[in-house]
Design a protein around this ligand. Sequence first.
Ligand SMILES: [Zn+2]
Length: 238
Amino acid sequence: MREKLRALLALQKVDSRIDELNATVARLKDDPELAALRADLAAKTEQAGLLDHRAQEIARQIKWNEGEVRGLRDAVRTHERKLYGGTINNPKELSQLQAKIEEIKQAIGKLEDQTLDLMLEAEDLTPKVAGAKEGVTAATAAVAARESANTADLAAASAELSELPAQRQEAAAAVDPKLLPDYDYVRSRRAGAAVVVLDRGVCPGCRMAVPPMLQSRIREGTAVVRCENCGRFLCWPE
Ligand SMILES: [Zn+2]
């Protein structure tokens, strides 16, 4: 009887390993940690993109402002040449020209103030853009590392899984054919554990006390005993 149980235990060991590996494969194919790393990478990429976009926008705006200021300064010089050139004598026209020059100078002042603000913002932004890009690089590496680790683990699990059907067949062949259907039935209903070791007179599967008479039969090995409550095969602790 002990031999029969031993054969069942050996079969259960193979079956448990198959279950374990299948669970590993499922987890690796739908890895929540990898999903979290990818979400982190997406968020960091977006953030870096926004900062970079703003930095480029500022650079463009500064360039535009500088061009604008150059043009306005040319206009001031042209108007000033006219103003001091002696070609205009009409006082009204002169004061209009003076007002025009003043207006342009104010516009130049405004643009230069704005350019200064933009330069300060750019200065503040530069390390942020660099930091965000470093963050993206690190997050990209973390995703790649996790993916490659998962790929390796998956390959190992798949390789081991491919060898187990043969092992199972061998282990099942050693089991008393009369016990096999019961074993398969209990395993399918009892989350994998069909053969359990008696734990101080209690079936560890369902926590029910096993009657003393059955316990002694298990200990003596005179019969294959199953838990009266859950149907699991019971072994004596060795
Ligand atoms: Zn039980």
